[in-house]
Design a protein around this ligand. Sequence first.
Ligand SMILES: Nc1nc2c(ncn2[C@@H]2O[C@H](COP(=O)(O)OP(=O)(O)OP(=O)(O)O)[C@@H](O)[C@H]2O)c(=O)[nH]1
Ligand SMILES: [Mg+2]
Length: 367
Amino acid sequence: MLHDTQKKNNEKAVLIGVARSSQDRLDVEESLDELAELAFSANAKVVGQMIQTRQRPNPALYVGTGFVEMIKEMLTENDGNTIIFDDALSPAQQRNLEKALECKVIDRPILILDIFATRARTAGSRLQVELAQLEYTLPRLTGAWTHFSKQYGGIGAKGPGETQLEIDRRQVRTKITQLKNRLKKLDVQRATQRKRRQNLYKVALVGYTNAGKSTLFNVLTKADVRVKNMLFTTLDSTTRVMSTGYPSVTVFSDTVGFIKKLPHQLVESFKSTLEEVALADLLIHVLDCSEESYAERFQHTREILREIGADKVPYLLVYNKIDKFSEFIPERKLADKSFNLSATKKTGIKQLQAEIIIQSDTFSQKR
Ligand SMILES: Nc1nc2c(ncn2[C@@H]2O[C@H](COP(=O)(O)OP(=O)(O)OP(=O)(O)O)[C@@H](O)[C@H]2O)c(=O)[nH]1
Ligand SMILES: [Mg+2]
């Protein structure tokens, strides 16, 4: 297994997006920028990108046959060896495209799963990622796919990739059951830990990946969690108990970031980690306000929070990275309470802390 972030892949990728209409193109362009960041986070080099406008995906190839020829040309011209689709491909589409293009074809979910596999550090997160990868690849266990992923290695061939794809579905299913059982055991441990924290005031930092959650977590708790300008730096949640400065003993948790089109297998298998978020007393929703689509990212994070049953938890909205502007005024109100701050410049932190103290105080009075 490759678990080394430093390891360089020799993948030269062409990114492909499909817009449903010409109005949709801007969104797709933005989504491809994010896909490029994901590819970068997986150490692949992006050598080109193309968008096709078509109402409905082609059932066999996702894009049209003529467009496949254009992709081929782009690959040759730019010496590319990998195609990354921004949307999830069906197993048949992936197979047909690999055959037609004679190169490795992956999609956004595979790329995200791959990044998660590289980042997973603890036993728990490794199990969760492996489970998600197996669930995703199970219907894709085909000769063609194995052939190409073995030949080219790199993205999509990590974690359970190479060896697991060769064994039959039945064995994969057995493995899935085993992983689930092991995760269940970890859940029991987690439940015990949670019980111990029952009377503490629990604050969780949530938000889109790269928003600055870990940076803010470090500022709030004086911890030293890894911060990087890469997507999905944090997978394992870190918690810090603060016994001074807050009316109730307060636990802060830093959590995994979210992204658009997060493979549902990942949300499913990370559910127990994310339960921490659902059981929190207060969420700090961190937004990178220097991202043009921050409002959309906010909505998207709220949707995932709903999916994991954390939408009823009260939250404070943080507009982070305001140091990138001389002045920041949100276009429209996204939450009742919001705070403009810079986690790196440590401005606006006191106001946020004061509000957490007020909330923590209310919590302790209710007890
Ligand atoms: N300019 C600026 N950059 C910031 C600020 N806060 C965080 N960053 C940068 O944003 C990048 C991501 O920060 P992280 O704290 O790792 O973000 P995260 O939300 O924990 O990301 P994941 O763990 O990947 O989900 C890093 O390069 C930080 O230095 C800020 O207030 N201003
Ligand atoms: Mg982080």
